[in-house]
Structures are given as structure tokens and as C-alpha cells.
Design a protein around this ligand. Sequence first.
Ligand SMILES: NC(=O)c1ccc[n+]([C@@H]2O[C@H](COP(=O)([O-])OP(=O)(O)OC[C@H]3O[C@@H](n4cnc5c(N)ncnc54)[C@H](OP(=O)(O)O)[C@@H]3O)[C@@H](O)[C@H]2O)c1
Length: 258
Amino acid sequence: MHTINSIGFVGVGDLAEYTIQGIRRGGFSGTIYLCPRNRKMSAQLAATWDCSVLDSNQAVADASECLFISTRPTHCIDALKALSLQPGQLLISVVAGMQLAALRAVVPEQTEIVRAMPVNAAQAGASPTLVYPRHATVEALFDYCGDSIGLETEAAFDQGSVLACVYTWYFSLFEQIIQSTSNAALPPDKARQLVLGMAQGAASLALQKAASPGEIATAIATEGTFSKLGLDMLQQQGAFAPWDEACQLLLQRMSYQA
Ligand SMILES: NC(=O)c1ccc[n+]([C@@H]2O[C@H](COP(=O)([O-])OP(=O)(O)OC[C@H]3O[C@@H](n4cnc5c(N)ncnc54)[C@H](OP(=O)(O)O)[C@@H]3O)[C@@H](O)[C@H]2O)c1
């Protein structure tokens, strides 16, 4: 499998920052080029994570074997239109909701395009990064900051991208549970440790078991248990239905086309 020796970022914001941190911490030793816009962040990343800030987007495109387009969706198409990409260059788009067809319309036919969706757990080496279409070299790159998950269809990628947002909701849920369970007896730092540890434990167990997470819950929350008492109350109050509705809403919105 081919190994990527140089990557470049057009769009140096939050995503570029956490992805660079993640892949550097994971051992990526290739060259990383950054565009000059957002100079403060570029300079900080250059100093901390061994990146080179170039003079223009085009200089980054010219120098990089693999180019990330990592602007917000509204800037992405204009930024790509202004670039001249090399034949056979690899373009990774992390732009949420931007379909391959919209990207294909503004880059040369020979440019390989791969969509990817790292989340900020990349900083902790724990991003389950969606990749479409399957691409061994790109998947290996994202394995530096977690486990890449190659997908066979763009519909699967769009559906999976919803989970990159659900990921954010987990933090809000954790925060709510910390607030609900900390009191004079259990200080917030201990509640935090327990809430996050229990979440990590639940995810670790569910990843190992053949049973679905729902089946694991049912097996634990049996008749007469405190776990069932609380779970029944959450279900009776409709606590799970809004999660379904929010996921459907995002899926509709993510069919954004340029
Ligand atoms: N952050 C996340 O958690 C996350 C997760 C999944 C996917 N994504 C995707 O990643 C992309 C970037 O998100 P982000 O959170 O990193 O956004 P961000 O923090 O706003 O960073 C985007 C950067 O792109 C710059 N930019 C805009 N137009 C440019 C151009 N023509 N040339 C060079 N740079 C340009 C912006 O500069 P200005 O500020 O000067 O405009 C900004 O520094 C988005 O498309 C988003 O959908 C993000």
C-alpha cells in the first residue's frame, strides 16, 4: 500500500487542528503544509506539530501529495475553484454535507476525491473516522488518530456523518448526568470520573459483545432492578424519541448540495 508523505490543509480551523494533533500523536511523520489564512492557528500548529505554513492555498496544493479541503461548506467550492490541482492528486474533503458530485464538478477529472469525517476525539487517538469511497491509503492515514471506517456508498457516509454530530450530543448528555448525580455527598469531580468511566466501560463492553447494546441493557435491567426502574421512567417519558427525530433532521439537512 502506498504511504502518504505530504499532506496539506486549505482551511486551518478546529478540524485541521485536532486532526493534525491526532495524526502527529499517532506517529505520522510526513510533511504537513498549512495555508496562511487563520495565521495565528497556522503559526501555533507549525510551532507545536512540525507543520510548514506556505504563502498561499495554491502553494499548499502544489506541495502536497494529499490535499485536505477543510473550510466550512460555504467556502469550500470557491476555494477549490480557485485552485489548480495536479493530475492524479488526492483530495480529501472533510466538509460536512458536501457530496462527491458537487466536489467533482469543480476539480479536474483525474483528481481522486475521498470524503472523510474525523471528530475531535482524534486528539485522543480515538476518532472513528468515516471514509468514502474506500481508499486504503486514506484509511491508513486516519488510523493514526483512531480507527478509520471505510464505507461502500455515499448514502452510508451521509448517514454515518449524522453520528459525527451525535458524538457532540454525548458530551451534553454526560454533562447533564454529572449535574444530576453530583451533590454534597458526591462532588462533581468524582461524578465526572464515574460518568465518563461508565460511558467508556459501556462502549468497551458493547464493542466486544455480539449482543446489541439494547440487548445488553435488557439483560442488566431485569424485573425488580433499580436500573429497570430508571429505564422504564425514561421510556415512559419519551426520552429516546427526540434522539431519533434529531437524527432524521440532520440526515435531511446533510443532503446539502453546493
Ligand atoms: N469542527 C468539527 O468538529 C468538524 C467535524 C466534522 C466535520 N467538520 C467539517 O470541517 C470543516 C471545517 O470545520 P472547522 O470547524 O474546522 O471550521 P473553522 O474552525 O471555521 O475553520 C475553517 C477555516 O477555513 C478558513 N477558510 C475559509 N475560506 C478559506 C479559503 N478560501 N482558503 C483558506 N482558508 C479558508 C477559515 O478562515 P476564516 O475564519 O477567515 O473564514 C477558517 O480558518 C467544515 O466543512 C465542517 O463541516 C468539522
